[in-house]
Design a protein around this ligand. Structure first.
Ligand SMILES: Nc1nc2c(ncn2[C@@H]2O[C@H](COP(=O)(O)OP(=O)(O)O)[C@@H](O)[C@H]2O)c(=O)[nH]1
Ligand SMILES: [Mg+2]
Length: 246
């Protein structure tokens, strides 16, 4: 619990046993629920996650977005935090992000890696991210600096209103497009640190880059239809009174 809110952490994982060890070392103890969505990893990802007392969901259908949809549907916290299982996103930023979220009544925070000068990223990745950011602006009319970031902090109740169709890497931009476009939702980007990765990236820069660009067009022009919401509206909790930190 943090400030009387239950916190769920969701991580899609494909061969991330090393990253999970690193995450477990400095994950705040007050995170109530940790869900690892595994896709038949060939290393000890599932066993390592269980050894920390975390919930492992085995998803047979491949894909980053598919894993997220399964994990998010199983989350029970009031607030959801997401990150890769590779250890790149900063666990010690979680309380800061939650403080900002609760103090400023933000519904969705997207973490921005682009302010970090030592960001371990190739030119192609930065360029591809920038191209996608520009197209998001042209197609959806909101400005974002890191459309491909995998760390988000948001109120679980938003899932009842989001149209999340992507099973692949485009899920990351899609959840932001939804959050920043939904009427009445206060969405913000905040800068975070970002660390070197353990293990190999599953991103295929050219294939995923072009696919994610094409995805933005398809979604904008209504070619993707509507997906079932991940949670029912009735599941959303009643508003709670502001409370003190645990
Ligand atoms: N369960 C599952 N996780 C995936 C899949 N593809 C990627 N991931 C995980 O999603 C996260 C993001 O992928 P990553 O390779 O780090 O992408 P990058 O951050 O863009 O280099 C990592 O924790 C991966 O292990 C998948 O098909 N299934
Ligand atoms: Mg990663």
């Amino acid at each position: 619990m943090y400030q009387n809110k239950r916190i769920s952490l969701i991580m899609p994982c494909l061969d991330e046993e090393k990253g999970l060890h690193q995450i477990a070392r400095d994950l705040p103890a007050w995170v109530d629920q940790v869900i690892v969505v595994d896709n038949d990893s060939t290393d000890q990802t599932a066993a390592v996650a269980r050894s920390f007392g975390w919930t492992v969901i085995s998803e047979t259908r491949r894909g980053y977005g598919r894993a997220y949809k399964t994990g998010l549907a199983a989350a029970t916290g009031d607030i959801i935090v997401t990150m890769d299982g590779d250890g790149t996103y900063p666990r010690n930023f979680i309380p800061v992000l939650l403080d900002v979220m609760l103090d400023e009544d933000i519904d969705f925070i997207s973490c921005d890696r682009t302010g970090h000068k030592d960001r371990p990223s190739s030119f192609l990745r930065v360029f591809g991210n920038d191209v996608l950011n520009v197209f998001i602006f042209l197609l959806y009319w909101f400005r974002i600096h890191d459309s491909q970031s995998g760390m988000w902090v948001f109120k679980r109740e938003l899932l009842a209103r989001m149209n999340l169709t992507s099973d692949g890497m485009a899920f990351s931009e899609e959840i932001k497009v939804e959050a920043f476009s939904l009427p009445g939702v206060h969405a913000r980007e905040l800068v975070i640190y970002y660390h070197e990765r353990h293990g190999e990236s599953k991103l295929n820069i050219w294939r995923d880059g072009f696919y994610n660009l094409w995805f933005l067009f398809k979604k904008r022009f209504g070619l993707l239809g509507r997906a079932e919401p991940l949670i029912a509206r009735s599941e959303t909790p009643a508003p709670t009174l502001a409370a003190t930190r645990e």
